[in-house]
Write a protein that binds this ligand. Structure first.
Ligand code: ADP
Length: 171
C-alpha cells in the first residue's frame, strides 16, 4: 500500500511524478486548480489536451474518468486530468467522486508513476463539501492496490480543506 500524505500547499509546485488536475470535461482549461496548472505548465499542456479532444475524447472526458498527458514546464512529469462530479449540475452520486480518485490512481499506475499528488477534486466550483470529499478521497487512496505507487499526496489549498483531509486521515 502507498503512503498517504496530507499537506497544505500549491499542487503546481509538487516534485512528484504526476499531479492530478481537477479538470472539466472539455479538457481545455478552467478556473481553480485547473487554471493554476495550465498557467504553470504553459501552452504545451493545452496543446496536448486539444490533441486528446481531437482523437480519443471528441465529446470530452466523462465524469469520473482520468487521462494522463505530459506536464509542460511543471516539475512533475505527467498531469493526470480527471473530471469530478458537479453538484450544481445535479451530479450527487458519491461513486462518481470515488471514481475520479480511483481512475486517477489507476492512470498513475498505468503510466509508471511512483508518486502522485492530488487536489480536493470537486471541493471548489463543483460544490461538494470538503468533509465528504476528504472522506471519499482518503477511503479511495486506502483501498488502492497497485504495484508501483509509493506515495499518494493530497495537496490542499488553504487551512479549512487541509483540516478536513487531516481529520479524515486520522479516522
Ligand atoms: P472543482 O471544479 O473540481 O471543484 P476547483 O479547482 O474549483 O475544482 O477546486 C478544487 C480544489 O482545488 C479546491 O479545494 C481549491 O481550493 C483547490 N485549489 C485551487 N488551486 C489550487 C492549487 N494551486 N493547488 C492545490 N489545490 C488548489
Amino acid at each position: 500500500m502507498a503512503d498517504i500524505e496530507i499537506v497544505e500547499g500549491d499542487i503546481t509546485r509538487q516534485e512528484v511524478d504526476a499531479i492530478v488536475n481537477a479538470a472539466n470535461s472539455t479538457l481545455l482549461g478552467g478556473g481553480g486548480v485547473d487554471g493554476a496548472i495550465h498557467a504553470a505548465a504553459g501552452p504545451a499542456l493545452l496543446a496536448e489536451c486539444r490533441q486528446l479532444r481531437a482523437t480519443r475524447y471528441p465529446d470530452g472526458l466523462p465524469v469520473g474518468e482520468a487521462v494522463a498527458t505530459g506536464a509542460g514546464e511543471l516539475p512533475a512529469r505527467w498531469v493526470i486530468h480527471t473530471v469530478g462530479p458537479n453538484r450544481h449540475a445535479g451530479q450527487v452520486d458519491p461513486e462518481l467522486l470515488a471514481s475520479a480518485f480511483r481512475t486517477s490512481l489507476g492512470e498513475a499506475e498505468r503510466i509508471g508513476a511512483t508518486s502522485v499528488a492530488l487536489p480536493a477534486v470537486s471541493a471548489g466550483v463543483y460544490g461538494w463539501d470538503r468533509d465528504t470529499v476528504a472522506r471519499i478521497a482518503i477511503d479511495t487512496a486506502r483501498a488502492h492496490r497497485g504495484p508501483q505507487l509509493r506515495t499518494v499526496r493530497f495537496v490542499l489549498f488553504g487551512p479549512a480543506v487541509f483540516a478536513a483531509f487531516d481529520e479524515a486521515a486520522r479516522a
